[in-house]
Design a protein around this ligand. Structure first.
Ligand code: NAD
Length: 494
């Protein structure tokens, strides 16, 4: 297991020698310690990324970068077990979900390899002009050295969404993973080096947000910050980046609704709802945290949902059959249980779960939790909880459902379940969200744009949109006539 930082294909500790412990959330044991980088370390990594970018990487063709991405994907396949096991130990998610993340990451590297190939094939885009004396094309150029800051909920995926797209575009990277889950990012760095990635193209610094993260955002050698994390931190990152007009893209939080109409197949709808609320312990930016259930079926639906939630096997994610692991750390456990307690004080009812599962006294385990008697002013209805807690309200008609769903400062994802596909389409069109799901939930289409409206962020990741994040359009206009413009010709003066 790599526990040092990757700078210019060399493994290094922090300049100060300080470290941060990495804890297995299933048993609270310390499994490793990683460098606590400061501005000096970040500076070295940024210098390395700049040298690599200016020293030749920006001039590589798409085919060369595609070949690097394909070798990286092959390397990941060969370390599939190591990556999945480490992800579960560091983050807590059940092992099958870690395998899913590794496999999806592999597909993403391959997809961006194809897109890098196409960048060459498609060449420059011609602009249609009304006049015949100009020829204008648009070339796409890499933005430069990118600072990437990622959260702890999908460590392998978040690294991949940014790094694969940036490399395809011809950028170089300095990644700062979450201080709570940096180990698989370091393993990915090791795989990249073994796969022949040139020095300085991928650099990884570990450390806290205030020390390493802020040093990265404010470093003048960085051309763009690609940030994924909470809305509070995103706002701070954007303000800091504004000082030198650094480009930013932000993937932030959500308070995502699911609307369930009374014509659904109940069992199928219950499963999509539970999947949305409890997968990855509810620690998903698009997690379903607000259920809007049509009043006629509310009792029946909630009875079935409670029974499904109660059957979910919670435990150490490395154990066979476990379907939900622990929350990522003690702070997150306290935050999520604090929301449940506050909801009860405000008048909500714990309809299912709400506490530690029996027999799991060590580790940050929480039962899948459903809250009823929730009102629109309660904190559990308005704020992102980021845990396995679903708040429920009933509605009577379509207009009320849409109004309640959109009554949030966030706009990341929204789901509608109805057998009436025309209604599902109509409602999806009215939902203020960057991602909508009809008759499914949390299905990540890696070829399609991912990101939020309102306070859920700006910019899009995945698909060609993810690569465009790291490209600048460059206008190239050529004068065609064999003559000058004649602007200062005295014979034409008025
Ligand atoms: P966070 O904002 O606390 O931290 C995210 C990253 O930012 C970490 O690497 C952290 O070290 C760093 N950071 C913290 N303070 C910083 C600062 N002052 N300057 C620079 N960097 C700083 O978020 P988290 O708790 O790690 O992750 C959970 C959040 O991420 C949730 O809000 C979730 O919705 C969001 N998220 C969004 C998406 C998306 O695609 N929209 C995906 C995953 C997670």
């Amino acid at each position: 297991m790599r526990t040092d930082m990757l700078i210019e294909n060399t493994w290094k500790g922090a300049a100060t020698g300080r470290t941060i412990d990495c804890t297995n959330p299933a048993d609270e044991s310390v499994i490793a310690s990683i460098p606590a980088a400061n501005a000096e370390d970040v500076e070295q990594a940024v210098d390395a990324a700049r040298r690599a970018f200016d020293g030749g990487w920006k001039q590589t063709d798409g085919k060369t970068r595609a070949a690097h991405l394909r070798r990286f994907a092959e390397g990941i396949k060969s370390r599939r077990d190591d990556l999945a096991q480490l992800e579960t130990k560091d983050n807590g998610k059940p092992l099958p979900e870690s395998y899913f993340d590794v496999d999806t990451a592999t597909q993403i590297y391959e997809m961006y390899a194809d897109l890098a190939d196409q960048l060459d094939e498609n060449g420059e885009e011609a602009v249609d002009l009304p006049d015949d004396f100009l020829r204008t094309t648009v070339a796409y150029r890499p933005v430069g050295a990118i600072g990437m800051i990622t959260p702890w909920n999908y460590p392998i995926e978040q690294f991949t969404w940014k790094v694969a797209a940036a490399i395809a575009a011809g950028c170089t990277c300095v990644v700062k993973p979450s201080e709570f889950t940096s180990l698989t990012a370091l393993m990915l760095g090791e795989i990249a080096v073994d796969a022949g990635m040139p020095a300085g193209v991928i650099n990884i610094v570990t450390g806290t947000g205030p020390d390493a993260g802020e040093a990265l955002v404010t470093n003048p050698g960085i051309d763009k910050i690609s940030f994924t994390g909470s809305t509070v931190t995103g706002r701070r990152v954007m303000a800091m980046a504004a000082a030198d007009l650094k480009r930013v893209s932000l993937e932030l939080g959500g308070k995502n609704p699911i609307i369930v109409f009374d014509d659904v197949d109940l069992d199928r709808a219950v499963e999509w709802t539970a999947f949305g609320a409890f997968v990855n312990q509810g620690q998903v930016c698009t997690s379903t945290s607000r259920l809007l259930i049509q009043d006629r079926i509310a009792d029946d639906f909630l009875g079935r949902l409670k029974s499904l939630a109660g059957s979910i096997v919670v435990g150490d994610g490395t154990r066979d059959g476990v379907q939900m692991g622990p929350l990522v750390n003690a702070a997150q456990y306290d935050k999520v249980t604090g929301y449940v307690a506050a909801a009860q004080t405000e008048g909500a009812t714990v309809f299912a779960g709400g506490g530690r599962p029996d027999g799991l006294n060590t580790g940050y385990f929480l039962q899948p939790t459903i809250l009823t008697d929730v009102t629109p002013d309660m904190s559990v209805w308005r704020e992102e909880i980021f845990g396995p807690v679903l708040s429920v309200m009933a509605f009577s008609d379509e207009d009320e459902a849409v109004r309640l769903a959109n009554d949030t400062p966030y706009g990341l994802a929204a789901t509608v379940l109805s057998e009436d596909t025309e209604r599902a389409e109509r409602v999806a069109d009215q939902l203020d969200a960057g991602i909508t799901w009809q008759n499914c939930n949390q299905v990540v289409v890696i070829q399609a744009p991912w990101g939020g409206v309102k306070k859920s962020g700006m910019g899009r990741e995945l698909g060609k949109w993810g690569m465009q994040n790291f490209l600048e359009p460059k206008q190239k206009t050529r004068w065609l006539p064999d003559a000058g413009i004649g602007w200062y010709d005295p014979s034409t003066a008025a």
